[in-house]
Structure formats: structure tokens, C-alpha cells
Design a protein around this ligand. Structure first.
Ligand code: PEP
Length: 264
């Protein structure tokens, strides 16, 4: 029987908002969504924010003190548990701050930090080991799209990152075409659906039909309140990873309340 996947609207703040701004932003977000309580958390979806590491303790304190229905995670994780790895943050540390999720393999990490599929596979394993849900990002560049079509590179990245992972991992996959990130030019809902369906097929091959059915696949790349509903209508798109628009509380809250727009 098909599982009902809880939609996830996730805001990747990247290197924006210090810990004071983070507190103000989360407070405002919770306030804006306070009347949006629904079957799942806020606005019909699970709402997650991914602040910089230095904000996490402040965000945790606020969310736990005020019992806010917002979850959060880190933007990256080390493959290691602890030790002489200057600048790295371990999954154990994120877990001890009540992080639920961690983004792994964002295209900016792949591009600016040379993160390879092999390393990302080890990071996925580290996240799972520490009880964090990896939000594994995959996506093709404009060149990849021209040379190989839309799904070849994301599927290859997914296969490589999940090599060595078995069982029924609690995992989120974010399909983020690199050409759509921060460009204002989102993929069409049909393009997102086509790749998301291929990714789900790949998950079924690698981990079985049940895991594939339960795994949420997000679309990311220039998502806004004006286009979220169209993505959410697609059967294999279970939410969005939002960059720029997640820094604008009103806009992000409106995205999180996508159900208001679905069917309109
Ligand atoms: C991202 O960086 O993950 C992203 C999707 O960015 P944006 O929404 O700004 O395109």
C-alpha cells in the first residue's frame, strides 16, 4: 500500500543571518504560520530551516522553549565522528543540538569545496549513524543537461552516494538542477516530475519499493510562492528546498502554506 508522504518545505539559509537574526527570523516565521496548524505541523507541511552552524544553538533554544512546530538541521556534516579535523562539524554534535536533518551534497559544496560523490556517500552514512535524516542534493548543470539530458547526472549522483547504504534509511532526496539555483529560472513542474520519478525508480532498484515509496523527493531551484503549487501537484514531488526565498519570512511562510494555492 502506498505510504502518505508528509510534505517537507525546507529553507536553506546558506551563509546568511547571524544568531540574533536567526532568532528573529524563526520567531517571525512561527508567528506568521501560527494559524496554519494542520494535519502535519505548520501549513500542512513539515517546515524546516537550515541555519548556519553558529545559529543552531540559539535556534534550538528558541524552538524548544516556545515549543515551535519548526524543525531544523545543519547545512553540512563531517564524515568523521570527532578528532583532528579543523573546521568540521560532526553528526553527533548536530544531533546533540536536536537537529533532525542535515543537507548533504548541495551543489555549492560540490562546486566550491570539491565534494565528490564518494565523500558524500560517507557523509550520508555518518548522518544516518547519528540519527540525522540526510537531505541528499543531486542535480545537473546546464552543460550536463545539454550533453546527457535531465536525469542521467542526478541518477548517477544518487547511485554513487547510496553505494554501501542498505536497509531502510530515513532519507530525503532534493533534486536541484544547478542551472535553476538562484537564477530565477525554475525547472518546469513537468521537468521536476520527470527527474523525481526517475530518482524514485532508482531508489526502488537500490533499496526496494517500500523505501522508494516512503522517501520524500524535493524540488529545489528558484521556488517561490508563485510556483510552489504547480510543483506540489506533481505526484513524485513531495516538497521543496528553498534558498533565496527562505530568507524572506512572508514569502517562505507563503510557500509553506502551499495548500492554499493548490487547486487555485
Ligand atoms: C538552493 O540553494 O538550494 C536553492 C534552491 O536556491 P534558490 O531557491 O535560491 O534557487
Amino acid at each position: 500500500m502506498a505510504v502518505k508522504r508528509v510534505p517537507l518545505i525546507a529553507g536553506n539559509w546558506k551563509m546568511n543571518l547571524d544568531h540574533l537574526q536567526a532568532i528573529a527570523t524563526v520567531q517571525k516565521l512561527a508567528w506568521t504560520l501560527k494559524d496554519a496548524k494542520h494535519e502535519y505541523g505548520l501549513g500542512g507541511a513539515e517546515v524546516a530551516v537550515f541555519p548556519p552552524f553558529t545559529d543552531l544553538r540559539s535556534v534550538q533554544t528558541l524552538i524548544s522553549a516556545d515549543k515551535l512546530e519548526i524543525v531544523f538541521g545543519g547545512q553540512d556534516v563531517s564524515e568523521h565522528d570527532s578528532g583532528a579535523y579543523t573546521g568540521e562539524i560532526s553528526g553527533a554534535f548536530l544531533k546533540s543540538l536536536d537537529c533532525s536533518y542535515v543537507i548533504i551534497g548541495h551543489s555549492e559544496r560540490r562546486q566550491y569545496h570539491g565534494e565528490t560523490d564518494e565523500l558524500l556517500g560517507r557523509k550520508v552514512a555518518a548522518a544516518l549513524k547519528h540519527g540525522l535524516v540526510p537531505v541528499l542534493c543531486v542535480g545537473e548543470t546546464a552543460e550536463d543537461l545539454e550533453q546527457h539530458g535531465p536525469s542521467a547526472v542526478p541518477v548517477a549522483q544518487l547511485k554513487a552516494a547510496l553505494e554501501g547504504i542498505s536497509g531502510a534509511p530515513d532519507l530525503v532526496v532534493a533534486y536541484e538542477p544547478v542551472w535553476a539555483i538562484g537564477s530565477g529560472q525554475a525547472a518546469t513542474p513537468e521537468q521536476a516530475e520527470q527527474v523525481a520519478a526517475k530518482l524514485r525508480e532508482t531508489l526502488a532498484e537500490l533499496l526496494g519499493a517500500e523505501v522508494a515509496d516512503a522517501t520524500r523527493i524535493l524540488y529545489g531551484g528558484s521556488v517561490k510562492s508563485g510556483n510552489i503549487a504547480a510543483f506540489m501537484r506533481e505526484p513524485n514531488v513531495d516538497g521543496a528546498l528553498v534558498g533565496g526565498a527562505s530568507l524572506d519570512v512572508a514569502e517562505f511562510a507563503s510557500i509553506a502554506r502551499f495548500q492554499k494555492h493548490v487547486g487555485t
